[in-house]
Write a protein that binds this ligand. Structure first.
Ligand SMILES: [Zn+2]
Ligand SMILES: [Zn+2]
Length: 138
């Protein structure tokens, strides 16, 4: 049963989610700064098999700062970043970009990760846990 929905900027890509989130985090790794216009990405975590994308999604696979092989999905028409998922090792939650959810209030960030690579001007929230690098697994 679909519980949550979302889409890219132009609407070419949409998605449905049939589970509740496992967590939410802001990521300040350098890869995220490059795709999020200089800021952190804001990500809501779900079991990977709970999220289904429709439409054409372009992907790029890179070795992340963590050393994991990470795939990032984005709309080839409008460029909106849709998700990241860890290909190797398998089994980690998929990270849905919070701004693509129809309801961005679904789950506020609960932690800030990779803050050791955040710029000095980053508006880090002192009320949220800060992890210098990768967080403990969800
Ligand atoms: Zn689009
Ligand atoms: Zn990141």
């Amino acid at each position: 049963m679909t519980l949550h929905r979302g889409q890219c900027l132009c609407g070419q890509v949409s998605f449905t989610i049939d589970a509740e989130p496992l967590g939410a985090r802001m990521c300040w790794c350098r890869d995220c700064q490059r795709i999020a216009s200089g800021s952190a990405t804001v990500n809501v975590l779900f079991a990977e098999d709970a999220v289904r994308y429709q439409g054409e999604v372009s992907t790029i696979r890179l070795t992340a700062d963590s050393g994991n092989t990470v795939e990032r999905g984005f709309c080839p028409r409008c460029g909106a970043q849709m998700y990241s998922r860890t290909v190797e090792p398998a089994g980690l939650p998929i990270r849905v970009r919070a701004g693509t959810l129809d309801d961005p209030e679904l789950m506020p960030p609960q932690a800030q990760i990779w803050v050791s690579s955040a710029p000095s001007w980053a508006p880090l929230d002192p009320n949220l846990p800060q992890h210098p690098k990768a967080p403990p697994p969800v």
